[in-house]
Ligand binder design. Structure first.
Ligand code: GN1
Ligand code: MG
Length: 359
């Protein structure tokens, strides 16, 4: 493998001496490697999953378009962030295809780190500002100029159909294990379809959105200041609610998606207050009242979608997400539905905090 990876590096103009190539294990879909080069210069090598992303050219186009705009805006407005720099191959392309593998390479931003979870409100506040500024600074891009590379990605009716198809073919022992989760999904289906119906009625502006706006997709510097938004593979036209909600589901709980001790999985209102105030600070002036009104439903809907997708993959014998142990997807679905139940229990407080920061 290392020889193969070194060859890909060469295609992107990264010559010897390469000091090390290390696999990064955080993603559920693509394969990612950290390449350490001479002079402390490092790169991120990414092999895109072509089973998931059928239109990889457009994925790359979306990423380049957005990073270029972010870079210009950060500079123009003197914002303390950095945009990702993608490398070109010796053939002047951002994407390299070899057999059925697709590769792209980014510069690694030195002195930065990612976090899987946090207990620190200042970090949640920073994350809110960074993702808020992402939305504000991509506003100048026409949403139509960005391709919807994964159709209906955050659409509950679509995800529910996939779930129902999985129910029909699932093995009996999997159905049995997932019994309570299946009932939970069916019980909440109707409410969780609300945003999709409102979107179909054109009730919200369509924006350029990140669509995987979780904590681990932020680079923080050594002082815990937000430095860069990463993982731009799912940039598409979308609703602000899902980016906001995805951040809340990953930032405003002290546990990760893989936590199995259910007593540790709950929405932390102090972290929510901090995240919300950072996000509101940046976006308040551009958001429409109907967008603000439905932010709390955005939180619920995206957590529901994640739980449902993990559950569906479990019923389909774990073919979509990478897993490390039997029932991993089931555990993740339990985790997400537990978090959602906590959001339901704290909804009044969440609505109040949201209102307070956005008005
Ligand atoms: C996947 O691979 P990663 O971690 O960037 C998934 C997201 C989910 C996430 C769950 C293309 O993202 O939708 O939120 O796992 N991406 C795709 O953490 O399905
Ligand atoms: Mg992602």
């Amino acid at each position: 493998m290392t020889q193969k990876l070194k060859h890909i590096c060469k295609v992107f103009g990264i010559e010897s001496p390469i000091i090390s190539i290390e696999t990064l294990h955080s993603g559920h879909i693509n394969d990612t490697f950290l390449v350490t080069h001479k002079n402390d210069e490092s790169f991120i090598l990414q092999k895109l999953n072509s089973k998931v992303f059928k239109n990889i050219e457009s994925v790359i186009f979306n990423k380049i378009l957005v990073t270029n705009v972010l870079r210009d805006n950060y500079k123009k407005k003197n914002l303390p962030y950095q945009a990702i720099t993608y490398l070109k191959t010796t053939q002047n392309k951002y994407l390299h295809q070899e057999a059925d593998s697709y590769w792209n390479v980014m510069e690694f931003i030195p002195n930065t780190k990612t976090l899987e979870k946090t207990e620190i409100p200042e970090i949640a506040f920073e994350a809110g500002k960074l993702y808020g500024d992402f939305i504000v600074n991509t506003e100048s891009i026409l949403p139509e100029s960005v391709t919807e590379t994964l159709k209906n990605f955050h659409d509950v009716p679509f995800r529910f159909t996939q779930f129902e198809d999985a129910l029909k073919v699932a093995k009996p022992y999997r159905l049995e294990l997932a019994n309570d989760l299946i009932a939970f999904a069916q019980k909440h289906k109707q409410t969780m379809c609300t945003l999709a119906y409102l979107r179909a009625e054109n009730r919200f502006p369509i924006r350029v959105t990140h669509n995987d706006a979780k904590l681990s997709n932020i680079l923080f510097d050594n002082n815990n200041k937000g430095k860069a938004v990463i993982d731009l593979d799912t940039i598409m036209p979308g609703l602000i609610h899902y980016d906001f909600g995805d951040s809340v589901r990953s930032i405003c709980t002290k546990s990760t998606e893989d936590e199995t001790d259910l007593s540790k999985i709950y929405i932390d209102l102090e972290l929510y207050e901090a995240y919300c105030s950072g996000f509101a600070l940046k976006t308040k002036s551009i958001l429409k009242p109907e967008e603000i009104e439905y932010l709390p439903l955005g939180i619920q809907t995206i957590i529901f979608i994640m739980g449902l997708r993990f559950l569906t993959d479990f019923l389909n014998n774990d073919t979509y997400y990478k897993t490390t142990h039997a029932n991993h997807n089931l555990d993740r679905a339990i985790n997400q539905f537990t978090l959602l139940a906590s959001v339901f229990d704290n909804l009044k407080a969440i609505e109040q905090i949201t209102k307070q920061h956005f008005t």
